[in-house]
Write a protein that binds this ligand. Sequence first.
Ligand code: HEM
Length: 404
Amino acid sequence: MNAIQFNPFSPEAQKDPYPQYKALREAAPVYHSDLLDLWVLSRYEDVSFVLKDDRFSADRRKATNQLVAQARKMQEEGPFAQANTMLSADPPEHTRLRGLVSKAFTPRRIEEMRPRIQEIVDGLLGDLNGETEFDLIEELSYPLPVIVIAEMLGIPAEDRADFKRWSDDLVATLGGPNTPPDALERAMKSGTEMADYFQGVIAERRKEPKDDLLSAMIAAEERGDVLNEQELLATCMLLLAAGNETTTNLIGNGMLALLRNEDQLDKLLGDPSLMESAVEEMLRYDGPVQATARIADADVEIDGHEIKQGQMLFVLLAAANRDPAAFPDPETFDITREDNNHVAFGNGLHFCLGAPLARIEAQVAFRSLFKRFGKPRLAGDGVEWNANFILRGPKHLQVAFEPK
Ligand code: HEM
């Protein structure tokens, strides 16, 4: 048994995890990894089932297997330990935590951000002073989401650098069970600094509310039974951590897919009305969040395998997104794809709260880049990927544009 070796941390998988996903889907779609001591799901149907069925919990503390004890410890003692966040809560706690933010984070409110996002993108591109070769990550996709969420929350511009550092340290611990101890230490330190910082800002907004997301969350808190101070703090930290590297990677992975599929790039340049479906295809083809986890809250059978209560399941969103049973010709990057019901933002109760924001940021970023600079090509030598397997994206992406 286990002729398949699933190792997402190998250098080959880091460069291109999709051959491993394909092998898993075909030979062992419900696979027990002895290496990681958990179940790995790679088929669209199984992934969607687990994300939507309430016998699978998002609360990592319920895991019983030894090798994932670190994940449990992280939740109990890690940088988010001040309070549980919606990401790892089940109903009714999840309903209450998510309800509070979704009141302040409605799709309409997000759509209203579009002109401001455009200004921020124009500002970042303007800072290039006509330069036609640059690192897309450094100049655009890395700074953009942090400026947007910091502004939404109402964080002063001069504090943004701290903000980004804290967020990077926190997400560095999401790399899986082999998170290095020094990364954990840094995350704890940054978590404490960030918590102190937010406590100060929350106190200020209580005294003097402004027209920002933080004040809206405080108002929602004060209207009723909802969030206490610690939960408010943990939610701010979650919004920051969940929205930054993910959006950076959407723009990075998306640009790379376009550069490696020139016919699609030309198609998009020729017809900008394809932008929305192009971004959906970027999410499907090489999603920024490769996997999430659930814990079985009861014994459940999946495809003839008995998953025991307390066992962890690794839900491979990116493998599901290339399942031929759900997507015709799944290995092809096709920006005109129809019925693209990808699971890059998850599915079910925990479906990404920031999806409308991430979509707008990516659409505005690509539109503005192409309008200002024209057709890009890959410059520099090769692509260096971030070490984090779960949050997949290039560390740098050197692009060059023909001077117009
Ligand atoms: C392309 C960018 C993004 C991707 C691919 C992404 C992906 C995801 C995924 C897969 C989940 C579900 C996790 C699970 O079920 O365990 C999720 C949840 C979440 N995301 Fe995103 N995300 C992105 C951007 C954002 C942004 C910009 C924000 C906010 C500023 C955000 C906030 C959240 C929150 C709060 C949750 C938890 C929802 C819940 O547990 O109910 N995300 N995201």
